[in-house]
Design a protein around this ligand. Sequence first.
Ligand SMILES: [Cu+2]
Length: 151
Amino acid sequence: MNRRTLLTIAALATLALPRVASAATVVDVYKGPECDCCGDWMAYMRNNGFKVVAHELPDVSAFRARHGITPALASCHTALVDGYVIEGHVPAADIRRLLSERPAGARGLTVAGMKHGSPGMETPFIKPQAYTVQLIRQDGSTRVWRSYPGA
Ligand SMILES: [Cu+2]
């Protein structure tokens, strides 16, 4: 292999690498300091290929309200992902679908409350609850994004 071939291979490798690195979507998670299940959801998201950045806030509810999450739609942590707000223990597949479909007028997704069996809320000996991922629109209205059966 001559020097020019080596240089060409090196140049192609540098072109290819940043694309691989930028494939991980950043998830900025806003949470209170003492939330174990928030940490479990962050670990779950990392395991699903997202780049998770944690931000601790003394009052997540004010942050939540600024992003259009009403108390009825609220859970334990609020995340910002590529311009969308993701509230609570939302499964990674539903976030990926939102990022690929990008429905008109969408503000984000929520799993309101704290549902046993949702990602980061798996508890030994407690049966998974049925839960619904809701799409929140910019006007505050919601619709079912996906329903999960309990056990
Ligand atoms: Cu939680």
